[in-house]
Design a protein around this ligand. Sequence first.
Ligand code: 4NP
Length: 156
Amino acid sequence: MAISVCFVCLGNICRSPTAEGIMRREVDAAGLATAVRVDSAGTGAWHVGERADARSRATATGRGIELTSIARRFDATDFVRFDYVVAMDRKNRDALVALAPDGQARDKISLLRSYAEQGELDVPDPYFEHNFEHVFDICEANCRALLVALRQRHGL
Ligand code: 4NP
């Protein structure tokens, strides 16, 4: 069965769609499209049904990636559907921990920045900061490291 990864931010229109698009490119490039399934969601509901933010899409397009996600809210059933629930920052990590029905679900939660870096914990929120290129770079480095970790852990 495929390993499944869900990236989670607040609105599901900036950071998690960016990470989803990058991770899918990395997974495809590694020939692992059937082995690793990638999705994203938000802990907030304000933007449900919307495409990714136009600024995130423009940044991704500039790096050769089309963001196709439609915003949706993370819900408790996602803890069953996904093996890895990867939060963009501590605030969203804490919201996910609060939603987790049991220890098995809690154990699926991690922080994206924990994969490539030590010390930095949060992917900054670009919605008001307008630092979309910086956010893309952080997501790219950490998605690459996440894929290395998945390959090691699951022998892919
Ligand atoms: P995201 O960014 O969590 O990376 O999708 C945000 C999107 C929308 C809002 C905040 C952050 N908002 O306040 O509507």
